[in-house]
Write a protein that binds this ligand. Structure first.
Ligand code: MG
Length: 393
């Protein structure tokens, strides 16, 4: 890390701010270390540079063609994994700013958080994991994201991967769960026995806030959910709806619903900010080490918001994610992923030559899974159609 890179400007710290516990990102911060030396860019901080590397990566662009929840093209208004990612980044950056944390790190981690997802959303991930289990391996989108940024992106002459800072790579691994060193010795550089910084901890919750809001919105847009039914079963939305109804009497339901969704997103974001601040002050944390050494994550919702989050999540599972229309899409996704996986396992010479080298080191099953995981929905369907024609001939 160069000493000429920009560092965070110092300003007076409010007693409520968690800035003393933030990732500092100054010249002496070991979280800024990169595997390969990188020339200095005095105009940007290291995390801003990582944000650029991620936004300019191929894997990031492919998020535009990957399903968030709805694979069908029945509406132009559904979220893709890219627009979901941008929504998470907004929430994460706002929460980090309100808490006095490192905004650049939080935003960068949000932008990269879903980069390891295969096509067809969670159905695609489940299918790929099932395929790999038959070969004694597993598919995990966090670990796949790390492989993307460390190996698959090829933008630099001197090395493979994006050469991101240690802080961003740790956040990619740990933003949504913890791993143990005995199960994942390859992750040992990422302080596995300690908690991640708050900037990484808030990503998982920003993700929750984004999709809890968006999936109600897209669910209604799809015609699979009804506003009146949501109001009966999702307490937090019902409460927000009542407030906006009183503020805007006589206004059409669709506008009230939009207002209620925005209010719900704000309520959850404010709760995350207040509860994380409260938790951190309650343990007397005064530096990043205190965050890392605490046995539990400190970025949480309050008990009430957590209960409402779980209630809404259950509702989405029961009424949307597992509804008949989406299950048909999930079955199709499973069929496509499984057929292609089995095809390349049987015909490895049909893989693109760029994958032959990986096959030698990682084995065939992992290589095929890596190839499939990188695909967009449209590209995998094209592969499927071509291979079906080949097999028929
Ligand atoms: Mg996400």
């Amino acid at each position: 890390m160069s000493h000429t890179e920009r560092t965070i400007a110092a300003h007076p710290i409010s007693p409520l701010s968690l800035q003393p516990c933030a990732v500092v990102g100054d010249a002496s911060d070991p979280l800024l270390s990169r595997v390969y030396p990188a020339p200095a860019r005095p105009s940007r901080t290291s995390f801003q540079r990582d944000r650029e590397r991620i936004v300019q990566s191929r894997a990031f662009r492919r998020l535009a063609g990957k399903t968030q929840v709805f694979t069908s093209r029945a509406s132009d208004h559904f979220r893709s994994r890219l627009t979901h990612t941008i929504e998470v980044a907004q929430i994460a950056r706002a929460a980090a700013a309100a808490l006095g944390l490192n905004e650049d790190l939080a935003e960068t981690l949000a932008l990269v958080h879903d980069i390891g997802h295969p096509p067809f959303g969670h159905a695609g991930e489940r299918a790929l994991d099932t395929c790999l289990q038959a070969h004694g391996r597993r598919f995990d989108h966090n670990l796949h994201a790390l492989r993307i940024v460390e190996h698959f992106e090829q933008r630099y002459a001197a090395h493979r991967g994006l050469n991101l800072t240690l802080g961003v790579r740790e956040g990619i691994v740990k933003h949504s769960r913890d791993y143990t060193a005995d199960q994942h010795p390859e992750l040992s550089p990422y302080f596995l026995d300690r908690r991640p910084p708050l900037e990484a901890q808030i990503i998982d919750l920003a993700d929750e806030i984004a999709y809890l809001t968006a999936d109600l919105d897209d669910g209604v847009e799809s015609g699979l959910l009804e506003i009146s039914h949501i109001r009966e079963h999702v307490d937090i939305l019902a409460r927000c709806y009542l407030i906006v109804e009183q503020q805007h009497p006589g206004v059409e339901e669709k506008y009230l619903f939009n207002e209620a969704l925005q209010l719900m997103q704000n309520v959850l974001t404010d709760d995350l900010i207040a509860t994380t601040r409260h938790n951190t002050h309650a343990i007397g944390a005064t530096c990043l080490e205190d965050i890392r050494n605490h046995p539990a994550r400190l970025a949480t919702f309050s008990p009430q918001a957590e209960a409402e989050r779980l209630q809404e999540k259950r509702y989405l599972y029961e009424t949307l994610y597992t509804c008949r229309d989406l299950e048909i899409e999930h079955d199709k996704a499973e069929e496509v992923v499984t057929a292609l996986f089995n095809y390349w396992i049987a015909e490895p010479e049909e893989l693109p030559p760029a994958y032959f080298e990986e096959m030698q080191t990682e084995g065939l099953a992992r290589t095929v899974a890596d190839y499939i995981a990188g695909m967009t929905d449209a590209f995998i369907l094209l592969q499927y159609a071509q291979i079906k024609r080949t097999v028929r001939r």
